[in-house]
Design a protein around this ligand. Structure first.
Ligand code: Z5A
Length: 225
């Protein structure tokens, strides 16, 4: 099917899928990439077929939007940023996530809709109720296919920034001030309180192996594997 003839997302067949959908969330530098690598290695040992992906991005078109969104030279307003996040997600969902879940593959996604609530809703818009409502309306498009399990790696903001600051370059989000990431953290904590079944808080302090073991324990318990 060519891009122009694809069904709108709301018309996609969202009958129960076999693959399990897990997302990882958190403020910058909390260790998502490291933890995802460890989880994927454990799934592989169990012979579980998985797909590792990320947002924004994950499909060829969404990766092009990612480049724009993360480029420090990009000058866009908050509404444009919010809509581009969802444009990227829409394509990623249609092209990559749903087909994988429908063929029984597990999807391990670095960030999903919770990042939009945390970054655009709390980080950019200071938790403004009207913006939160707008984001919730956009998320409604994905409600049938939200992750089954979301692992929120919770780490004090400054610790995460210290881990991330070892890198030489900062993208458009990483250039934000500490106060921005403090609001983003509040966003994740609010979501975890609102959706305690789906969103599991993982203590991201300690060594990478300790964090990886906590995550594996939670995945086994919550997904009954
Ligand atoms: N964004 C948004 O605004 N709205 C949206 O809807 C979505 C995204 C979907 C994408 O960045 C940006 O897009 C993101 C939000 C925004 N911006 N920010 N900030 P990303 O997800 O690609 O990048 P990131 O979140 O900044 O990830 P990161 O900085 O690469 O961090 P990480 O993956 O969570 O951590 P890591 O790379 O595994 O670890 C960082 C360093 O710490 C590294 O040197 C590790 O070796 C080290 N590390 C890892 N674990 C440990 C432990 N346990 N102890 C000590 N050191 C550790």
């Amino acid at each position: 099917m060519s891009a122009s003839t694809q069904a709108p997302l709301s018309h996609i067949n969202t009958t129960p899928t076999q693959g399990r959908f897990i997302s990882f969330e958190g403020t910058e530098g909390v260790g998502k990439t490291t933890a995802i690598e460890q989880l994927c290695a454990r799934l592989q040992v169990r012979g579980i077929d998985y797909l590792r992906t990320r947002e924004p991005g994950g499909s060829p078109f969404a990766e092009r939007l990612r480049d724009i969104l993360l480029d420090p030279a990009t000058d866009i307003n908050d509404d444009t940023e919010l809509l581009l996040m969802f444009a990227a997600r829409c394509d990623h969902m249609q092209q990559v996530i749903l087909p994988a879940l429908q063929r029984g593959t597990w999807v391990i996604c670095d960030r999903f809709t919770d990042s939009t609530v945390a970054y655009q809703g709390f980080g950019r818009a200071h938790g403004d109720a009207a913006v939160r409502c707008k984001i919730d309306m956009l998320i409604e498009q994905f409600v049938e296919q939200l992750p089954e399990l979301t692992l929120w790696l919770d780490l004090p903001v400054l610790e995460g920034m210290a881990r991330a600051n070892k890198r030489s370059t900062a993208d458009r989000f990483e250039q934000q001030a500490t106060e921005f990431f403090t609001r983003v953290h509040k966003g994740f904590s609010t979501l975890a309180d609102e959706q305690p079944e789906r969103i599991q808080r993982i203590n991201a302090s300690g060594t990478a192996d300790e964090v990886g073991a906590r995550i594996w324990q939670t995945v086994k318990e919550k997904l009954d594997i």
